[in-house]
Design a protein around this ligand. Structure first.
Ligand SMILES: Nc1ncnc2c1ncn2[C@@H]1O[C@H](COP(=O)(O)OP(=O)(O)OP(=O)(O)O)[C@@H](O)[C@H]1O
Length: 241
């Protein structure tokens, strides 16, 4: 049975390695507007703790929609998702917010850094929201890990695309979530920088046993993913190469 939400905030180390972190069953999503369209149709599966899973699919196939459902950013039209045994549909909006804040790190294509905050301040935010102490040291350590020492006081628009994405990577990981959901994290980067960002993400997640689910157009950046799934006509298929 799942532990109460308040008690599972930082319980990743108790989970046996390889046990499913995410389970989804008969998951469906239909958007009513602008015209009724079924984007996801009866998807079921599991994602193991510590796994690196890539989701590919053509533009508009539903990759972002799936990540949003897995991360509790949107509610499914049918079916259910559970994260570490917590059924997302059973959580109130407040509980869902807490689960997302504590347990999940999001990385988006357009970085989504807060433009009026410096690099350091962008990283401090998730720590402060989670009431974590020792924040200044943690931020310094993460800036070192992603190779951004010296840019602490810079604002996002003073950084290159690759640098901004490394800030976004650090921001998603700084509060030690169990699950990282990355939606086209390299979409704005050339192949060389894209490959480096994915390698960094992979290394950071693997070294700390975090689960990484990444949606991308490009199989070339898939790197060392453990598994690759594709969404085609609303269904999820395993890609074997
Ligand atoms: N909020 C919404 N309201 C209505 N339709 C939506 C909404 N969000 C997405 N869609 C539609 O759902 C389909 C899937 O969109 P989604 O963004 O999940 O695809 P994607 O595979 O991530 O695409 P891309 O690779 O271009 O980012 C698209 O046809 C899109 O127009």
């Amino acid at each position: 049975m799942a532990a109460p939400l308040a008690e599972v905030g930082r319980a990743a180390s108790r989970r046996p390695c390889g046990a499913p972190l995410i389970e989804f069953r008969d998951l469906g999503k239909r958007y009513e507007f602008p015209q009724g369209r079924v984007v996801l149709d009866g998807l079921s599966g599991t994602i193991g703790a510590g796994e690196f899973l890539i989701i590919v699919g053509r533009s508009g196939s539903g990759k972002s929609t799936l990540l949003n459902l897995l991360g509790g950013l949107d509610r499914p039209s049918s079916g259910c998702v559970s994260v570490d045994g917590h059924s997302l549909s059973a959580l109130s909006d407040r509980e869902l917010t807490l689960l997302r804040r504590r347990r999940i790190g999001f990385i988006f294509q357009a970085y989504n850094l807060i433009s009026t905050l410096t690099v350091s301040e962008n990283l401090l935010l998730p720590l402060e929201l989670n009431g974590l102490t020792g924040a200044a040291d943690t931020v310094r350590r993460w800036l070192d890990r992603v190779g951004l020492v010296g840019l602490e006081e810079a604002y996002p628009d003073q950084l290159s695309g690759g640098e901004q994405q490394r800030v976004a990577v650090a921001r998603a990981l700084v509060h030690e979530p169990d699950l990282i959901l990355a939606d086209e994290p390299t979409g704005n980067l050339d192949l060389d920088h894209a490959t480096r960002v994915v390698a960094l993400l992979d290394e950071l997640c693997r070294s700390s046993g975090k689960t990484l689910v990444m949606a991308t157009h490009s199989r070339e950046v898939a790197g060392k993913a453990d598994r690759m799934l594709t969404i085609h006509e609303g269904r999820l298929l395993e890609v074997r190469e």
